[in-house]
Design a binder for this molecule. Sequence first.
Ligand SMILES: [Zn+2]
Length: 305
Amino acid sequence: MYDKLEHFYFPRANARGSAIRLQEAWQAILKRRDYPQAVQKLLGEMTAGAAMIAGSITFPGSVLLQLMGDGPVRLAMVEVKPDLGIRAVARLDEKTGGIPDDATLSDLVNVHGKARCAITLVQPDPTLRTQSYQGIVDIAGSKSVAEALSAYMTHSEQVETRMWLASDAVAASGIMLQKVAGEGGKGTAADYDPEDWNRVQKLAETVTPEELLKLEPRELLTRLFWEENPRMAEPREPKFECGCSRERVSGMIRALGEREALELVAERGSIDVTCEFCGKTYSFDPIDVRALFESRTPSGTETRH
Ligand SMILES: [Zn+2]
C-alpha cells in the first residue's frame, strides 16, 4: 500500500482540494522515536498539513514548516521536497515530565506565549538561500494545527482555505479545500454557483478523525462528496526521504575548525553524528577527521599582511 495525495476540483464551487493519507512515510518518521501521544499527534498533523500545502503550490524548492515552542515541545519541524519527499522531527524539552495525552496546542508549544511558527519556501539554489520566502503562522490564536494553517493560507497567502487534520500511531491524514481566485471570471465553469463553496465546506466539516485515518483518500472523497462529483487528478505518492549525507556531516565537522575537531576525536576516539530525522549514524575516526582538513583547498583561506 502506498501513501497517497489526491488533488481534486469542484467546477461549480470554483474550489480545489487535496486529501492525504501517510502511512509508510509516517511510520518511517516515527521509527526509533518514542514521542508522547500528544506530540506524535502534533507532528503528524503538521506533516499532513505541510505536505498538502507543498503539493498545492508550484515551487522548485522545499517547503519547511517549523514550530519553535516555549513549552514541552521546543521544536517541531517538517520538510517537504518538491517531489513530496518528506521528513519530520520533534525535539522535546529534556526537563519535561509526562505530557498528558489530551494536551492542547498551547499546552505543548505556547505555555508562555512565545511560540513562533513559520512556513519557509526554501530556495533550491544554496547561494540564494537567504532570499527564501518566509511567512509567519499565528499559533497563539489557534486551537489546532489545522486552524493555524487554514488561517495562515487565508490571511497571509490570500487563498481562502479550510483544513482538517488527524494523526495517530498508524497514519497522518488530512483534507484541504481552497477557493480558487477570480470567481465568476475567466476559466469559471458555466454552472458556477457561489453557494457550492459553502456546501462543499459543510460536507467536509462532517469528516471524522476516524474516517481521515482509516480510509483511502479517494474512498473518503467519494463518501464525503459523492453528490458533488469532483474532478480527480492523478494521485501523487509522498514518501519518506532524508537529505542527510556523509558529505553534509563532513561540512559540519569542518565548521568546528581543525583544532576543535582533532581535540574532539582524540578525546572520544571517533566523532559520531546521528541524523535526527532518519537515525543514520556517520562515524569519523581520527584518520577521517584529519583527511577532512587536508582535502581542503588552502587557496583563499590565508590573509597576507
Ligand atoms: Zn538523515
